[in-house]
Each structure stands twice: as C-alpha cells, then as structure tokens.
Write a protein that binds this ligand. Sequence first.
Ligand SMILES: Cc1cc2nc3c(=O)[nH]c(=O)nc-3n(C[C@H](O)[C@H](O)[C@H](O)COP(=O)(O)OP(=O)(O)OC[C@H]3O[C@@H](n4cnc5c(N)ncnc54)[C@H](O)[C@@H]3O)c2cc1C
Length: 381
Amino acid sequence: MSKLQYQLSYWEYDSFLKNIDVAIIGSGIVGLNAAIHLKEQAPKLKVAVFERGPLPIGASTRNAGFACFGSMTELLDDINERGEDAVWQLVEKRWKGLQKLRQRLGDQAIQYKDWGAYELFQDHESDIYEACLEKMDDFNQQLRPIIGHPTVFKEESNAIPTFGFSNIHSLIKNQAEGQIHTGEMMKSLLQFAQSVGVMIFTGIQIEKLHYEPTIELVTAQSWKIHPKQLIIATNGFTHQFFPQLDISPARNQVLITSPIPHLKIKACYHYDRGYYYFRNIHHRILIGGGRNLAPAEETTSEFGATQLIYNALIELLQNVVIPNIPFEIEQQWSGILGVGKNKSPIIEEIHPNVVVAARLGGMGVAIGSLAGEEAASLIIG
Ligand SMILES: Cc1cc2nc3c(=O)[nH]c(=O)nc-3n(C[C@H](O)[C@H](O)[C@H](O)COP(=O)(O)OP(=O)(O)OC[C@H]3O[C@@H](n4cnc5c(N)ncnc54)[C@H](O)[C@@H]3O)c2cc1C
C-alpha cells in the first residue's frame, strides 16, 4: 500500500504541529497517562501524542484486563530472582497504579469488578502449591500494609466444582485482584486526555528521531516536527529507536469464545505459573498465553497467530476450563508486550529532554498510570 504523502498547509502546521512543548510517541496507557499528568501539572504546555494506528495498536487495547498485582507463584519466582525488597516495592507500585486508574476514570467507566483472581494448580504441581501454602501467611502479612486487606491470599480448592474445572488439584484465591473492560478503559482514558487539552494525532508513524541540535521527529508522511521535549512510550516497539535497550517485543495470542450459557467462571484465572490466563467477559471466556511454547517465534513485534498456540489454548479450554461444554471461537487477536531480563519498567532520560518509558511487561494495566506520571515528572523536573 502506498503511503499517503502530501505537504502540510500553513494552517495545519501553524495550529497543530508548531511550538509543541512535549511530544509523546505512542498512545497506549503509558503515553496517555504521561500526557494527562503533564497537562495537570502545567496546563499551558502544548502536549501532542503521536500514534501510528487509527487506535492504539500495541498492548493497551489488546490485553486481558486483569487488574492484577501478582499471583503467589509469580511473587515466589520474582523473590527468588530479585529479592524481597524489590518485589514488594513493585507490588506497591502496581497496587497504587491500579488505585490511580480507578480513581481517575471511575469503576463504572472501566467496568471494574472486584471478583478476585484464582491461581490453578495441576496434579503435578503439588511441590509449588505446597511452597505457596508455606509462604501464604508471610505474604499476607507483607501485603497487609500495602493493600489494606487482612488476608489477600486464601486456599480455596473447594471452589473447583463451583467453577466446573477438570484436571485441577487445587486453587489459591487472591481476594484483592479484579478485572476491567480493557476497551472501555482505553476509551475513557482517550476521552479524559482530550478533555484536559491533550492533542492526539492518530495514523502518524514516527519513522526517525534526531536529537541534535534540536529534537526532530520525521513522520511516515515526511513531516518534520520539532517539539521542545519528547517522551517515547512505544513499549514493545521501542527497539526501532533504541536497539541498545534491554526491551524485546513479545507477542501474546488471545482467543474469545462465543457466549456460553450458564457459564460458571467469574473472575480472573492464572494457570501454569501464569503462562496462561483466562477470565469471563459478557458470558464468554477470554483466554490467552502459551508464549513459552515457542519463545523464539513469539519474540516479534509482528501481530499474528500460530496454530501451535491456538491448539494449546483450545486444549486448555476443553480439558480444564469448560470440559464437556461445546463452544466456538468468536475472535482471535494478538498484542505485543515489551519485556526484558529485568521486570521493572525503564523510565529514564536517555538524551537531554528525551525520556523513554517502556518495558511494561504483563503488568501495564496496573503500573501504566504511574509509569506515565513518572515519565512526565522527569520532563517537568
Ligand atoms: C495479550 C496481552 C494481554 C495482557 N494482559 C494484561 C493484563 O491482564 N493485565 C496487565 O496489567 N497487563 C496486561 N498486558 C500488558 C499491558 O497491556 C501492557 O503492559 C500495557 O498496555 C503497555 O502499555 P504501553 O502504553 O507501554 O504500550 P502500548 O499499549 O503497546 O502502546 C505503545 C503504542 O506505541 C505505538 N507506536 C509504536 N511505534 C510507534 C511509532 N513509530 N510511531 C507512532 N506510534 C508508535 C503503538 O501503536 C502503540 O499504540 C497484556 C498484554 C498483552 C499483549
């Protein structure tokens, strides 16, 4: 397809693209939160967000909508890798980020449901399940001052028949997690950003960046934009600008069923140490994950689907989630995460007046609001 190439009119340049104080590349949850925070702190700033898609097309409009801050196996794995302090600090950020998102947009707008989350354990996972039970009191104690809930984690294997699962040995419930409607959240966030005066330009792909002597963005239409400051919030696509950063794209495939009569599941669920996840939405099941089946193939910023992962997700539905219940797959899509060896986001000034805010991993719903604000604070500071 040929690119739409044309010269800007005097009017277009003068009113929209001239004298931009802060440009933001990427209108995902991070870019929009950065823009909102800038306008809240300094309403006179001219803040413009540039998004290559007609809608944001990365992870923010394509995720599973888990308002999550850590399942027990995830926390155990993270503590082994990074130590307790780093993990509880990140959990606190995730929790605060979720509260910020809910306060800013409202639970009704984002369709927040406090139905909790469950971690499922298979028969062969009794070791890790026992390790979780052993740590449960300790984790609850650590989480009490952060979350304000007396017992976040709770053994709840007696709920297995309630949900109708097969081939599941035990369940641990996280009582403080919830779920949102991802599309409604992003729609509200876009509207909120516009209401505080953020300009959002869609269909504008930034192809080149120059920093010297001044910042210059070159778009796919060959327009040149010269903002005073810049935030790059392109998450899994950041390697196009900064290949040296430890941020890799990671594709995540998702399926959604058609409505299932008398659906029993009603929460968010983590399976196989978080490699798979599923939830209810509008009497359907949304299910995703399986990236670990083909790590090399899924390390890509190209959208798409593979038979291998499709089959694994179908098998999980048939053998565990809704055994003996007929279903059809109504839609299939993928989204691109930004991941690295370190699980924390990168939020740093990479050149004078140029800030990167990326590598949100699988927790951007929770931490995205704060990541955006931190990036904006670096710009203002
Ligand atoms: C399938 C899936 C399920 C997930 N489930 C959850 C979940 O349940 N809970 C949770 O907390 N997190 C989840 N995540 C992660 C979460 O969605 C992300 O961490 C978060 O959305 C990242 O937001 P972002 O703004 O950093 O990036 P993105 O939303 O990816 O935004 C980056 C934007 O930059 C734009 N862009 C890229 N390059 C350019 C360019 N050159 N010019 C202009 N624009 C550009 C892209 O089009 C994109 O819109 C999931 C992710 C996926 C993919």
